[in-house]
Design a protein around this ligand. Structure first.
Ligand SMILES: Nc1ncnc2c1ncn2[C@@H]1O[C@H](COP(=O)(O)OP(=O)(O)OP(=O)(O)O)[C@@H](O)[C@H]1O
Ligand SMILES: [Mg+2]
Length: 470
């Protein structure tokens, strides 16, 4: 059937969405989920692409637009102030900072141009800052050192400043500090933002530039909901770490405007309740979660957590999901069952070959496969569909097939083969069988295998042990 010789001839789409095989109905919903910000529960057996699909949904989302920060609250340090800024505001701030103006030394205050070495202190004329004598009146331009010893030495040190700080009152009455720096024949003027108390005392907990895919599988309470770190010095002004610096966002906050992916959702247990609240409120407080820590007194309310939940469960665990959480997902989203088998037709065989090429490229350490080697995988996909799902078609339990391809690739490497050949695939299939299957092969049944294990340690050894004890 093959119209290619080596998998390197197969085009692999760059778009991860097009790399998903045999789950078209899930992808259709994935697009809606991303666009409409719905929640999604992916139900299916291991290795059918639940995690893979969840990651692709994140790629469909627009870039985050908000940055979340906490600021020191001078009135009550245990209640840091929440600050949510959008991209436009941040961009404006950044530009303000960057917009340091280069101006003529004539346009800065007298005092500044004098200190920077432009203006003569005696006659006020501006001249080249490199020359320490005024070209107009011949006076010394630079300030003499105030150091008493140097004042009496033969070579008094004269100095000009490279940088001058000066406070000015702006039109709206706010006092701001400016920095004036000498740059060649010009003066660079910028706002001294480090003097701005808010600027120094801010901790960005969810930056604007962030990943829209956050995985919280098996997360602890603190990892999921956030925490406030311990400080042995209790936030002491000089030696301690201020409270707002110790605020740690949870996965629910980091996933703000993105995907919160939780594999095996049911293992979250009681934490599902908090998740439900977070989904309903779209904000959740961050507080110290360890009552013995100094962080326990600290709390930031209303921290945004407007995430899209993508949960994954195996079919057997679906009943361990908290009913209200499940109904929340159904009420504002979708539950989707993943396919385990796809029809065996030409189009799907092509997709399967694309999958083989994809896995080889993704692995990066194994050679490409021949068409005959791919045929072995296709045949195995058929066998597995029948064995595992009692259906005709091609299996979509693709992680297992991916394992076989990689194992065959390793064999090809060890044997210095240029490609993965049919023989490599066949051997890998044989070796990749589970322990149960291997036992079945060797002993006829898993039970009998177990008994043989028992027999191996049994009579004599048992007796020996017993006699020793006696
Ligand atoms: N439908 C698919 N299309 C393409 N590749 C797939 C597909 N399903 C699985 N794979 C491949 O198998 C790998 C494992 O899949 P993934 O981790 O998404 O499975 P899963 O359903 O999340 O399994 P688990 O339940 O064990 O977490 C993927 O990284 C991908 O390489
Ligand atoms: Mg997974």
């Amino acid at each position: 059937m093959a119209c290619f010789e080596i998998t390197s001839d197969i085009a692999v789409p760059d778009n991860p969405l097009e790399q998903v095989v045999g789950q078209e109905h899930v992808l259709e919903i994935a697009h809606i989920v991303a666009r409409q910000k719905r929640h999604m529960l992916l139900v299916g057996p291991p290795g059918t692409g639940k995690s893979f699909i969840a990651k692709t949904i994140a790629l469909l989302l627009p870039k985050p637009t908000q940055q979340i920060a906490v600021l020191l609250n001078p009135e009550n340090q245990d209640r840091p102030i929440l600050e949510v800024k959008n991209a436009d505001e941040l961009e404006r701030e950044r530009r303000d900072k960057m917009r340091a103006k280069l101006v003529d030394p004539r346009d800065v205050p007298y005092y500044v141009s004098e200190r920077l070495g432009f203006r003569c202190r005696k006659c006020g004329t501006i001249s080249d800052p490199e020359s320490n004598i005024c070209l107009y009146c011949g006076a010394e331009k630079y300030r003499r050192s105030r150091n008493i010893e140097e004042m009496f030495s033969d070579m008094p040190k004269i100095s000009r400043d490279d940088k001058v700080f000066m406070k000015r009152t702006s039109q709206d009455g706010k006092e701001e500090e400016f920095i004036y720096e000498r740059v060649g024949n010009k003066v660079k003027v910028s706002k001294n933002t480090h003097k701005n108390t808010w600027e120094v005392q801010r901790k960005v907990i969810v930056p604007l530039e962030r990943n829209t895919f956050v995985q919280a599988t098996g997360a602890s309470e603190a990892e999921l909901l956030g925490d406030v770190g311990h400080d042995p010095y209790g936030g002491h002004q000089e030696i301690g770490i201020p409270q707002h610096e110790r605020v740690i966002p949870g996965a629910i906050h980091e996933a703000h405007e993105g995907i919160l992916f939780i594999d095996e959702l049911s293992t979250l247990g009681e934490l599902q309740r908090y998740l439900l609240t977070a989904m309903q409120e779209k904000k959740f407080p961050i507080m110290g979660r360890n009552s013995t820590s100094t962080g326990a007194a600290v709390r930031v309310d209303n921290v945004p957590c407007d995430f899209t939940l993508v949960g994954a469960v195996n079919i057997n665990d679906i009943h361990s999901i908290l009913p209200p959480l499940r109904s929340r997902i159904i009420g504002a989203g979708y539950e989707v069952l993943l396919n385990t088998v796809m029809e065996d037709n030409e189009a799907n065989r092509q997709k399967m070959i694309q999958f083989i090429a994809q896995e080889i490229r993704k692995d990066g350490k194994i050679p490409h496969a021949t068409a005959a080697a791919c045929d072995v995988i296709l045949a195995e996909a058929k066998v597995r569909a029948r064995q595992m799902d009692k259906r005709d078609g091609l299996t979509l339990r693709l992680r297992d097939l991916s394992g076989i391809i990689k194992m065959a690739g390793d064999m090809a490497i060890v044997e210095n083969s240029q490609f993965i050949e049919k023989e490599h695939m066949l051997r890998a299939i044989k070796r990749a069988r589970s322990i149960e299957e291997q036992l079945l092969d060797k002993y006829g049944s898993v039970w009998r295998a177990g008994m043989s294990d028992y027999a191996a340690i049994s009579p004599e050894k048992d007796r020996g042990y017993a006699s020793e004890v006696r």
